[in-house]
Design a protein around this ligand. Structure first.
Ligand code: G6P
Ligand code: MN
Length: 441
């Protein structure tokens, strides 16, 4: 079995330690030759890296090479895989993305609505630069990208790198939802086979099967409606915000019982309710800073101080394991099922052919092979077309530096709708994103 040389770009992330634990859990199936951390923030990275050194020594002694650097050239040399998880502007800018729209009574969210647009315009620039940097050093590496907002990033990367067949955009939300399905059904998440369609953070499960091909969909829907729906993956299970989000997905299913919704649809289908439940002084970014960020920082601090991870409650998480198993399937041609983003090209014939759709694929060493979805009903088609037009306009606006296209994008977005409101939010986002966004005409 060929051992892999893996780089994690954006290793200062609060998800990195979970990823390391997941690499440890998957070491038989995805053995590493080397692991490299890359980040532009030396301090954030060093904390994760110093704790990782200890974790690896204790749980992965056979891994001989672990290094961390802020030098791109050094980082991306001879990689087989690069996992990209950057956050341009950090959690501080995430907080502004969430707070500014809320001032105008509009959904304030990391990846949805005006906040997602703001984050998208920040991400595109850095992502494009990063992919060029990776390709200079490792023209053949698989790039697994889960940088947000993934829908907008995927659209931009498709345009910038139309011939690059080794960039895969992937999101952990569908699998995190499936963890809850598995729990309700009394099965293992990896025993479930989903049928799914949509855009990233904007999709639906049409079917859930088990590995023997039994259709569990109707039973699952009934159980969710009767018994309730909650997050089950350890990372989010006790988080009040995620608990509410999963409850809202149950409500969505009751309103539109045809398909099982992605949790992110709540922002588009119930924007008024979403605004009402937010505290503008304590949005999700602040909750993450006080929660996951603080927890991981303290954990790393303790590991480094004691020189051991013994006694710490450490475990692989579904986010990390999902990315690594996707990489396994690509590396070793395993033909396993994953929900990932691919260019439509006939998968959903009644949607734009150039849309980056999120659908079930088998991952092979030749890349993702999507299953045909077929034509989708009017309600879903209408929703997706509006959302895709918004995403496309954001990417157009980035390349053309167009104020008008951003105004059009926000006006089209279901979370905004009103042009005057769109303009006021846009003007304030421009101010807040000085130095990150292109200068608009
Ligand atoms: C899910 C989504 C990610 C998103 C994250 C936010 O995992 O798939 O795209 O970034 O949730 O979680 P947080 O706990 O940071 O609000
Ligand atoms: Mn996601």
């Amino acid at each position: 079995m060929k051992k892999q040389r893996l780089v994690i770009a954006g290793s200062g992330s609060t998800y990195t330690i979970g990823m390391v634990m997941s690499l440890i859990a998957e070491k038989e199936n995805f053995p590493l030759e080397s692991l490299v951390f890359y980040d532009i923030d030396e301090k954030r990275q060093a904390l994760n890296a110093k704790a990782t050194e200890i974790l690896l020594k204790e749980y992965y002694p056979e891994l001989r090479s672990f290094t961390y650097t802020t030098d791109k050239k050094e980082a991306f040399k001879n990689a087989d895989f690069v996992f990209v998880q950057i956050r341009t502007g950090g959690l501080k800018m995430r907080e502004k993305d969430e707070q500014i729209p809320l001032k105008y009574g509009v959904v304030g969210q990391e990846t949805c609505g005006p906040g997602g647009m703001a984050y998208g315009l920040r991400s595109i620039k850095d992502m494009i630069e990063l992919i060029y940097d990776i390709r200079k050093q490792s023209p053949n590496a698989w790039i697994l990208n889960y940088t947000n907002p993934a829908a907008i990033v995927a659209e931009a990367l498709k345009r910038e790198f139309p011939d690059d067949r080794k960039i895969l955009n992937i999101c952990d939300m569908p699998i995190a939802i499936m963890v809850s399905y598995a729990k309700i059904l009394g099965l293992e998440v990896w025993d479930l086979v989903p049928e799914y369609f949509g855009l990233n953070h904007f999709g639906w499960f049409t079917k859930i099967y088990d590995k023997s091909g039994n259709d569990l969909t109707e039973r699952l829907k009934n159980l969710i409606i009767e018994k309730g729906f909650k997050p089950e993956d350890a990372e989010i299970a006790n988080d009040p915000s995620w608990i509410k989000t999963f409850e809202q997905a149950r409500k969505t299913l009751m309103d539109f019982p045809e398909y099982l919704p992605n949790t992110y649809l709540q922002y588009y289908l119930y924007p008024e309710e979403m605004v009402k439940k937010e505290d503008p002084n304590h949005t999700r970014a602040r909750q993450v800073m006080e929660g996951r960020e603080k927890r991981v920082r303290e954990l790393c601090g303790r590991i480094i101080e004691k020189g051991t991870a013994a006694g710490e409650d450490l475990h692989a998480d579904i986010h990390g394991v999902y990315m690594i198993r996707a990489a396994e399937s690509l590396a070793y041609n395993l033909h396993q099922y994953f929900i990932v983003m691919v260019e439509n090209r006939g998968v959903i014939p009644n949607l734009p052919q150039d849309a980056m759709v999120e659908v079930t694929c088998v991952l092979t060493s030749d890349g993702p092979k999507p299953f045909a979805v077929g034509e989708i009903p009017t309600f879903y088609k209408g929703l997706i077309e509006g959302q895709f037009a918004y995403e496309k306009l954001v990417v157009d606006a980035y390349y053309e530096k167009s104020y008008l296209k951003l105004l059009q994008a926000l006006t089209l977005n279901r979370t905004v709708v009103d042009t005057d409101k769109a303009r006021r939010i846009l003007d304030e986002l421009i101010e807040a994103n000085k130095g990150y966004w292109p200068d608009l005409k």
